[in-house]
Design a protein around this ligand. Structure first.
Ligand SMILES: C[S@@+](CC[C@H](N)C(=O)[O-])C[C@H]1O[C@@H](n2cnc3c(N)ncnc32)[C@H](O)[C@@H]1O
Length: 227
């Protein structure tokens, strides 16, 4: 495992107990809406009784629970313990998103909420999604992105670099985790660029929608039916 991945794994392990509280607090509860919108966008798959669904980088399980019956996977043990505590019936397994212990063409839907940005190698992450999805399957990537409006962008930039790290650091007791967060968002490709990466990885089609002024984006990546 690369150094970045090992650091990310340890960092999430340290904040697992306070992760949900800080998520809701620092997003003004908007994180719940972002996940709810994601579930709504993939509801056409979720209603299929035979749909096999995986929530990748499931963390403490908030999206996983809303997906109702999905498999959850993460490489951080303390985060998975939180998910298990919240949803004892969810099937969970510990795995690196870059090397999933799953067969080719085995899932109809793979969701990934706020996990993809943390991967040490985005191309490899997309390759894994494509490999594990069935032909015609969909990957739903919900991630932080770049605000499109300059004024909102400036306010958001101030909040995320000056206020968020202080509150996050204080409440979690891990200042490094909450200075990593805005830094990782800044380095992450914008919505258009991420869509290009998804296409370049071999997905047949990609669509995305921005939420909260572009602070967050949901990408839906479609694997060709004839893959
Ligand atoms: C910001 S949390 C998101 C958790 C959850 N999906 C949510 O919506 O709150 C990111 C999660 O991705 C996981 N993660 C990061 N890199 C990973 C990797 N390479 N393999 C598996 N999990 C990874 C972390 O352990 C962490 O639990």
């Amino acid at each position: 495992m690369e150094d970045k991945a090992r650091w990310v794994q340890g960092m999430f392990g340290r904040i697992a107990g306070r992760y949900d509280l800080l998520n809701h607090l620092l997003s003004f509860n908007l994180d719940k809406r972002w996940r709810a919108r994601t579930v709504k966008r993939v509801s056409n798959i979720l209603v299929r009784p035979d749909a096999r669904v995986l929530d990748l980088c499931c963390g403490t399980g908030d999206l996983l629970i809303a997906l109702n019956g999905a498999f959850g996977s993460d490489f951080c043990h303390p985060m998975l313990l939180e998910a298990q505590r919240k949803s004892a019936s969810s099937p969970l397994f510990e795995a690196d998103a870059l090397a999933l212990p799953l067969k080719n063409n085995s899932f109809d839907l793979i969701t990934c909420a706020f996990g993809f940005r943390n991967l040490a190698n985005y191309e490899k992450g997309l390759d894994e999604l494509l490999r594990v999805l069935k032909p015609g399957g969909v990957a739903a990537i919900l991630e932080f992105s770049q605000p499109t409006n300059r004024v909102f962008g400036a306010l958001y930039g101030f909040f995320s670099t000056r206020i968020l790290p202080r509150i996050g650091g204080m409440v979690s007791g891990s200042p490094d985790a909450y200075s990593y967060l805005p830094e990782s968002i800044r380095k992450f490709p914008g919505a258009e660029d991420l869509a290009s990466k998804i296409k370049a990885a071999g997905f047949e089609r990609v669509e995305f929608e921005r939420m909260t002024g572009g602070a967050v984006a949901l990408h839906l990546a479609y694997k060709a039916t004839s893959y």
